[in-house]
Design a protein around this ligand. Sequence first.
Ligand code: F6P
Length: 757
Amino acid sequence: MGTGASKSTDGGSHGGEEEREENLDQAGGQLYVSLKMENYKRKGDLIPHVYGSVPLVGSWDSSKALPMERESASMWELSFVVPPNHETLDFKFLLKPMYNNAPCIVEEGPNRLLTRGTLQGDARLALFRLNAEEVLEYRIFIHADRVSPFDLAASWRAYQENLRPSAVRGIPDVSINSVQELGAENGSSASLELDLEHYLVPAPSTSANSGLVYAANNTETPRSLTRAGVFNNMDASGSVSHFFKDGGVSVDRPATIKEMEVIVPDSSRVYSGSGMVESKSVGAFSPFQKQDSHRGLLVDRGVGSPRLVKSASASTFAIDLKIDAETKNSMPAAAGAVAAAAVADQMLGPKEDRHLAIVLVGLPARGKTFTAAKLTRYLRWLGHDTKHFNVGKYRRLKHGANQSADFFRADNPEGMEARNEVAALAMEDMISWMQEGGQVGILDATNSTKKRRNMLMKMAEGKCKIIFLETLCNDERIIERNIRLKIQQSPDYAEEPDYEAGLRDFKDRLANYEKVYEPVEEGSYIKMIDMVSGNGGQIQVNNISGYLPGRIVFFLVNTHLTPRPILLTRHGESKDNVRGRIGGDTAVSDRGEVYGKKLANFVEKRLKSERAASIWTSTLQRTILTASPIVGFPKIQWRALDEINAGVCDGMTYEEIKKNMPEEYEARKKDKLRYRYPRGESYLDVIQRLEPVIIELERQRAPVVVISHQAVLRALYAYFADRPLREIPHIEVPLHTIIEIQMGVTGVQEKRYKLMD
Ligand code: F6P
């Protein structure tokens, strides 16, 4: 229960801001205290408890001790709320069974004392003597978060609302299946013999494994440097193909290559058809659509603006809106709200606003590159042609990867000039790319002085709008972690065999930046302050307006780096799958039912210690039935997770469509991404309605199991795997297979488990 207004403490220090503390007392603030025990593995039926003086748990009677709960695989927790000036709490940890008092093992050592949320003394270990030989030792943590009464009330309300779910067509939206897990917790885990590794199958080569690659390596290859022949690793012909070609929809995933390699065209990209570059002619226009392009059943969130779509032959669209060639190219690939909003911005705003430059600002090791990569992935998925330019990559190509900290000193004129030059080259490339039709460029560098930023603003004048995105981090632990990752992964240290030497050099480099760092106070900006953990923090915006900047702020508010898995799976085989019919709302087949049971087993084993995990399904019975054997986790039905609406083709086989509606069949074959079933949906429509699901998946801190359908999972998967829009309708999402996406500090990684054929 962290809050935006709170500052977390570990080990007790409150920062000593007495005035703030007093204000908080007067405002009725409370302390949300959480006691944690690390790495406790159950010993028989013993679980950790806390007991102590009256204000905490009532008495020193062990039968009234409060059980701790398992918060994650390695952490047990007990939390409570007290006034900030609470009287000293006197307590101890003990191990005992949940419902009886024997055996009962109280920790050794003096009582623990807690005053104003701070643990007295240096009592970081809890020691339990089981018998003469066996002593157990666990690390203890205490976190005290200040929370306002409003936060407390809001979280209580949210808790109650979850317990009283609303319903759609009589089916509860949210159901909390409180039947407790009977498996591991009750000692019957022996019956669960599912060996997860046994079901592991290789993920496709285009899978979501960005976490294995240093994020800066995935950014654009510097065209100015490769053109000028600055790096000499080019192929015999000297050509750097693939680089300039993207126009509208063909937003390619950057090739995963080492920096010094030449990019070659990816022959696996087979869906490049030129027809897709036109962004405005959305869908195939059948007589059905002209009468009624939306079926009432689906909530229309602006999916596919009917006016634009119906009148839209490519040429009339361009003439009507007086959109010049440059604008035409910068139109987003996606349909509906995205396209409508972009068109409005383009018509109403100044010409330079049609291209947006997000310019990162921040000290090294503040997560800039990771934030830039995430934002790039999100915007591409929404259909905005977006590229990530990393100035470090330019520097390494031009000046070599092993520059020492001295290179980054502000009083080293050669170093300064070299760094400004590569920043300017990257900005130049970005602007050229925008002039060829690119929509959003993300310039990833420290840009830590006003002078540097002024230079960039000058270069952007009349060409693109700049928003500075500053990442600030005051949490030493996060900075240390980022530094560690940097030494391990950055090409800057690839040739430094001595980790400690690398660390010293990087810290010196950081100090050089700190000496001259000037926070952003100019222009349009978004400041993310301590947002990485997703647990509080602040976001400040200045002079931000328009559709896209608004979406960017919304996305940034909701993302964080807490590692957690997201499991994606289709429902078990349905009766319509057996008959080869699309759409419909049939039950699962016998095989589908077996899959449901296997899935439940899998989920129980994979997420057994994740009490906050949840199961999301669509509102169609094949997903609800597939989820039904899973117990012990809340289940949430989302209309947005329903399968693509096949409109008048719902319930037909592909053969029947080909025979009875050959034009429809051909039109879909030609452009499956944009093709909208008469009175149904296109893939672009599906992507649009999934945006809130993506935001919620980003926002969640606990694991989520998504049980949905082929087209929907293609779209969701494409987001995590950063696959281009045009590939989405063709991505393989087999039945009876779980795709596990591990969200982490360095990106996403994928595993696949095939539970049955
Ligand atoms: O066939 C199963 C199914 O989920 C259909 O209900 C749906 O129309 C189809 O897959 C989506 O896949 P595609 O876009 O390849 O037709």
